[in-house]
Design a protein around this ligand. Structure first.
Ligand code: ATP
Ligand code: MG
Length: 180
C-alpha cells in the first residue's frame, strides 16, 4: 500500500493516439509506482496472449504488479465483433468495477479500454460512472487509441501520442521485447 494512502489525490490518466507508447507508458507508470510501494492492478481488454514482456516480468519480479487479461489472442472485428469478444470485454468491465470498488490497489490500469469503447464492446455510460465513482486517492490509467471525447474530458493527465513514424511502415514486424 502506498505510504500516504488516504492523503493524496489520485489522477485519471488517458493515453491515446495512433503513435506507439500508450501501453508502455502505463507499464512504465506501474514500474515507477511499484518502486514506491504502490500496489498496481492492470486489466487488459482485447488481449489474450501471455507472451508480453510486462506479464512475464510482473510474474517473475514484481509481486505488487498484477496483470489480468480479458480477451482472446485473435484480433477483434470493429464492424462485426464476435459475441465472445463482447462477452470477454463485458467481463473485463465487471472485474474492473469490482477492483475499483474494493479499493485494494493504489493504481488501476485499464489497458485498451478506449478501444473496447470505440468498438462498442462495452457501454460508455457505465465506464464514465465507474471513473467518476472511483476512490479519490486511486490512480486510474486508461489506454488505447481513439478514446471517446467523454473519456478525454474526464482525464487529469491526457496524452495524445502522435504517430510520426513506426517500423511497421517499413515492413518490420512486431519485435520481442519492444512491441510485446
Ligand atoms: P506499446 O504497447 O508499444 O506502448 P501502444 O499501446 O501505443 O504500443 P497499440 O495501439 O496498443 O499501441 O498497438 C498495439 C501494438 O501495435 C503494439 O505492439 C504496438 O507496439 C504496435 N503499434 C503501436 N503503434 C503502431 C503503429 N502506428 N503502427 C503499427 N503498430 C503499432
Ligand atoms: Mg496498447
Amino acid at each position: 500500500m502506498a505510504e500516504d494512502k488516504g492523503k493524496r489525490k489520485g489522477a485519471v490518466h488517458v493515453y491515446t493516439g495512433n503513435g506507439k507508447g500508450k501501453t508502455t507508458a502505463a507499464v512504465g507508470l506501474a514500474l515507477r509506482a511499484v518502486g514506491h510501494g504502490f500496489k498496481v492492478f492492470m486489466l487488459q481488454f482485447m488481449k489474450g496472449s501471455k507472451n508480453y514482456g510486462e506479464i512475464i516480468a510482473a510474474e517473475k519480479y514484481l509481486p505488487d504488479f498484477t496483470i489480468v487479461q480479458s480477451g482472446l489472442e485473435t484480433f477483434v472485428s470493429k464492424e462485426d465483433p464476435a459475441q465472445v469478444d463482447i462477452d470477454l470485454a463485458l467481463r473485463g468491465l465487471e472485474i474492473a468495477k469490482e477492483v475499483i470498488r474494493e479499493n485494494k490497489y493504489d493504481m488501476v490500469i485499464l489497458d485498451e479500454i478506449n478501444v473496447a469503447l470505440d468498438y462498442k464492446l462495452i457501454p460508455l455510460g457505465e465506464v464514465v460512472e465507474m471513473i467518476k465513482s472511483r476512490p479519490p486517492e486511486m490512480e486510474l490509467v486508461l489506454t488505447g487509441r481513439d478514446a471517446p471525447k467523454e473519456i478525454m474530458e474526464l482525464g487529469d493527465v491526457v496524452s495524445d501520442v502522435t504517430l510520426v513514424n513506426h517500423p511497421f511502415y517499413h515492413g518490420v514486424e512486431a519485435r520481442e521485447g519492444i512491441e510485446f
